[in-house]
Design a protein around this ligand. Structure first.
Ligand SMILES: [Zn+2]
Length: 169
């Protein structure tokens, strides 16, 4: 078996590969996402921002790194429409558009593109972050910033993940 991280499901059952692992370090990121805010990490040494969150700067190795709220603006770098995924429970969500986006602050981020226009995705397309319960299907509700349902306590709640949608021209 490989080293695929597996998060326990909120209710007992089959492992879920579509839910993030949350630990003490990444807790602020997920708490912010539940409030409709995207956090990145910025280095106080070299000034560069990075994502995914790390405890030290991947560019200069400084540990002087802090959370910062991102603007939520991004451009589309590349994408792939996924028609088949055998990992539970992605299979119920196909087709969906996996994407790599460039955040306005600089970091490149893996995510999902939603509300893809009929004309299709376009490299460089302007995007804005939105938030959705992890594991929800492409057609399911996306919460506006600040309205995502916060859980009482941290046990058993479904994490909220950032996704990106096109900015109307
Ligand atoms: Zn640095």
């Amino acid at each position: 078996m490989g080293a695929v991280p597996v998060s326990p499901a909120p209710s007992a059952g089959a492992p879920r590969f579509d839910l993030p692992e949350i630990d003490a370090f990444t807790r602020p990121y997920w708490d912010a996402a539940a409030e409709g805010r995207l956090l990145i990490r910025r280095c106080g040494g070299c000034g560069r921002a990075h994502h995914y969150p790390r405890e030290f700067c991947p560019y200069c190795w400084s540990e002087n790194v802090a959370w910062e709220e991102a603007s939520g603006a991004a451009t589309l770098y590349t994408w792939s429409v996924v028609h088949r995924n055998d990992l539970p429970s992605f299979g119920a969500r196909v087709p969906y558009t996996a994407a790599v986006v460039d955040l306005a602050e600089g970091p490149r981020m893996m995510t999902e593109l939603i509300e893809v226009p009929e004309s299709g995705p376009r490299m460089g397309m302007r995007l804005r972050v939105a938030f959705r319960a992890a594991g929800a299907g492409a057609g399911e509700a996306v919460e506006a910033a600040g309205t995502a349902e916060a859980d009482e306590g941290d046990e058993g709640g479904v994490p909220v993940v950032p996704v990106f949608r096109p900015v109307p021209a």
